[in-house]
Design a protein around this ligand. Structure first.
Ligand SMILES: Cc1cc2nc3c(=O)[nH]c(=O)nc-3n(C[C@H](O)[C@H](O)[C@H](O)COP(=O)(O)OP(=O)(O)OC[C@H]3O[C@@H](n4cnc5c(N)ncnc54)[C@H](O)[C@@H]3O)c2cc1C
Length: 349
């Protein structure tokens, strides 16, 4: 039997960042497996990272650490640096009240913000808005393709029935390999994993559009206003995304498209054409913070999940935390491990 150190199951954002982090450690033998992105939400992601998002425009928890870690990854990982584009985000005010609130709120927010009225030719922002710094986007698909080549990813499904999980090793019977550790990075498909089916991950449907615009609407900013507009190619942009918890249906709907178009029309004031429409399932949690760490019963089994809408923002930091936890027993930071406060997942169709 062949002996290896780590088996990583899943080649989405979670698996890719973990594989890249672990491969920095000398002499580790890693096998990385992905089921050809079957049902992956990563391949749909527009890749936006924005420290201030959501209806209430709150600062993401741990935002400063996440920004710091992202910058470190831009320095240490040429592939990430190649596919991550720094771009400030503009968020228009919806009302005078909101603008007034921000004039005090902005003092507490440690990301640089100022009032501006950007590219008024393209968007409706009659009373200005905030410019959010330390934002950007990653070209996720291209990054994953190259990461899989570099990381020699195996393309197949890991059948749970093929795994023998013993006290000190995991045997993958199909290939007759014994591993010290296994890390499941399966996104929303974790609900099918017999070892992790209690992990409180909520499958959360998201729909996204691709639009074509003849003018360069994102030269200075991306936009974030209940929806986001993120550049895809010179003339194409992602517009996303809807958010429907407890849904595993991957079909794009007319309702989802309508919701996105209504929000887009309230904001964009140049003609556009919808050229694509997709739906995927995010692995979310009830407090919208990811969940990583070691299985409570199986000491050799680890998980990296719950990335929700912020996979690109969280993954660089979490990959480091999890690698240090597995290899050096550094505790997982507070609030990121399997915590009691998370609501258990519901049964979904
Ligand atoms: C419409 C939409 C838009 C989004 N936009 C953004 C955005 O702009 N910015 C952002 O940060 N996030 C965004 N997200 C969220 C982002 O996609 C997720 O946070 C992230 O993709 C989760 O990554 P993951 O690796 O945990 O899971 P996944 O991407 O689902 O990857 C899991 C992988 O594991 C593989 N797998 C599962 N089980 C097995 C097995 N048994 N054997 C082998 N392989 C297996 C699957 O094939 C898959 O490739 C968006 C999501 C959606 C749906």
């Amino acid at each position: 039997m062949i002996i290896k150190d780590i088996l990583i199951v899943g080649g989405g954002i979670a698996g890719a960042f973990l594989q890249r982090e672990l491969s920095r450690y000398q002499k580790l033998s890693i096998v990385w497996v992905d089921n050809r992105h079957l049902f992956a939400s990563s391949i749909l992601a527009a890749g936006i990272t924005n420290p201030i998002m959501g209806k209430r425009a709150n600062l993401t928890q741990n935002a400063l650490t996440l920004i710091q870690k992202r910058k470190e990854w831009q320095n240490k990982d040429p592939l990430f640096a190649k596919y991550f584009v720094e771009k400030n985000a503009f968020r228009p005010f919806k009302s005078i009240d909101e603008a007034n609130q921000w004039s005090t709120k902005s003092l507490d927010v440690p990301v640089t913000i100022h009032y501006t009225n950007p590219e008024p030719k393209y968007i409706k922002a009659p009373i200005g808005g905030i410019e959010i710094h330390h934002a950007g986007f990653m070209q996720v698909n291209a990054f994953l393709q190259e990461a899989k080549q570099e990381g020699n990813c195996w393309h197949e499904k890991v059948e749970y029935s093929d795994l023998l999980i013993e006290k000190h090793q995991i045997i993958w019977r199909k290939h007759d390999i014994a591993f010290k550790y296994i890390v499941f990075c399966e996104g929303s498909q974790v609900v099918c994993n017999p070892y992790l089916c209690d992990l409180p991950v909520i499958p959360t449907k998201g729909e996204i559009l691709e639009i074509e615009v003849n003018e360069p609407i994102c030269t200075s900013f991306m936009y974030s206003t209940g929806i986001y507009i993120v550049p895809k190619t010179t003339q194409k942009y992602f517009v996303g995304a809807t958010y429907v918890p407890n849904s595993t249906d991957r079909t794009p709907t007319e309702q989802g498209k309508k919701e996105l178009i209504q929000k887009l029309d309230a904001f964009l004031q140049v003609p556009y054409r919808v050229t694509g429409h997709w739906a995927g399932i995010r692995p979310a949690t009830s407090d919208r913070i990811p969940v990583i760490g070691r299985h409570p019963q199986h000491a050799q089994v680890y998980f990296f999940n719950g990335l929700g809408s912020k996979g690109v923002f969280y993954a660089p930091y979490l990959a480091e935390c999890l690698a240090q936890n597995i290899l050096q027993q550094v505790p997982i930071p507070n609030g990121l491990s399997w915590r009691k406060s998370l609501k258990p997942k519901q049964n979904v169709e």
